[in-house]
Design a protein. Structure first.
Length: 353
């Protein structure tokens, strides 16, 4: 039976159209032998596939002066594919993994991340990639939960204790001590990510083990919809805690409504901690009409989109796709202002909580 190609990396990138100079967000999946791209994360069938054999990658790519964090993939048939990441570290991570995948294909090797087997003495029979897919199984895998701690809500995550419990119940390990070794390996190779101060401190070496078998140590899958938000017992109230951060940028933008698709002027205030973009009635009022959580979002300029009609003006539209896949369309007053907003939102999305 032929083995399924390993999923090396996945996430939203902005891809240039092959025929026209349009850039659109795509859910991109890097496999061992190629790159698949989907219109949405939930889609079952890809819009296209780019083979990696004989390809070369170029970064930084200066072909588009007005776009930052672009890299170019040139396939064997000398066709170019352009992708734009949200920030520098994200671009470099994609480029690094694509380069390694191409190198493995050329050398007839299997893709493998830096091994931790020697340091933690894992049995050679353990396949971390296969184990990771089992852990993510919707029915038999680890259940993603909404957990609360320190006045914050952690969405799509689970506790360290849940991970060890699952490893024991699935017969992947003989005891919890072995589970800590295996979970630490999954963590160090990127199959698990720490969420919250307790698990992050351990992962940074401030504990006896990188992974914690604790009910208050939170973790998540890197390609899940994880995001963290301020807590309130009243879901309709925006917490004052959300306003503790520094104002990075503020001003008026046009916002497209979700239901009627109509456009209205709103005053926007961007804060860095927590990472929120609040919007208000420009006529006044201290309470925001809503908030866009930016941690893990993708923001990109939009060249064209349906339903814009009256406000469909070139070079001033942009789109925010949140970690839980809500799309927001906004319009700036000028192309310069749009660029300023995109850069500010990218910065907050990368560093804010």
């Amino acid at each position: 039976m032929e083995r399924e190609p390993m999923r090396i990396r996945e996430g939203y990138l902005v891809k240039k159209g092959s025929m026209f100079n349009t850039w659109k967000p795509m859910w991109v999946v890097l496999l061992e032998d190629g790159i698949e791209f989907y219109k949405r994360k939930a889609d079952n069938s890809p819009k296209g596939m780019i083979p990696l054999k004989g390809s070369s990658i170029h970064s930084p790519c200066q072909d588009f002066a007005k776009r930052m964090f672009v890299f170019k993939l040139t396939v064997a048939k000398q066709q170019d594919h352009f992708f734009q990441a949200a920030f520098l570290e994200e671009r470099d991570a994609w480029v690094r993994d694509i380069k390694k995948a191409i190198h493995c294909i050329d050398g007839g090797q299997r893709f493998a991340r830096k091994s931790t087997r020697k340091s933690i003495r894992l049995p050679e029979t353990i396949n971390l990639s296969a184990l990771y897919l089992s852990m993510k199984d919707p029915e038999k895998g680890i259940k993603e939960l909404k957990l609360e701690k320190d006045k914050r809500v952690f969405n799509h995550c689970f506790t360290g204790t849940c991970v060890i419990d699952w490893l024991v119940s699935s017969s992947s390990i003989r005891n919890r001590k072995e589970g800590l070794l295996l979970a630490s390996s999954l963590l160090s190779e990127g199959y698990l990510q720490p969420a919250g101060d307790t698990s992050k401190a351990a992962a940074e070496g401030l504990s006896d083990t990188p992974f914690l078998d604790l009910s208050d140590a939170y973790y998540y899958f890197p390609d899940s919809g994880f995001f963290c938000e301020g807590y309130s017992s009243d879901d309709d109230v925006v917490l004052k805690e959300e306003f503790r951060g520094t104002i990075v940028k503020q001003g008026c933008l046009l916002k497209q409504g979700h239901r009627r698709k109509n456009w209205k002027v709103r005053k926007f205030v961007l804060r860095d901690d927590p990472a929120y973009l609040h919007y208000y009635d420009p006529a006044g009022g201290e309470e925001p009409l809503g908030a866009i959580h930016l941690r893990g979002c993708v923001v990109t300029a939009v060249e064209d989109m349906p339903d814009t009609k009256k406000y469909d003006v070139d070079n001033i539209l942009f789109e925010i796709i949140t970690a839980n896949e809500i799309h927001y369309y906004l319009q700036a007053a000028s192309s310069t202002e749009r660029t300023e907003w995109i850069k500010a939102i990218q910065s907050v999305a990368r560093t804010g909580k």
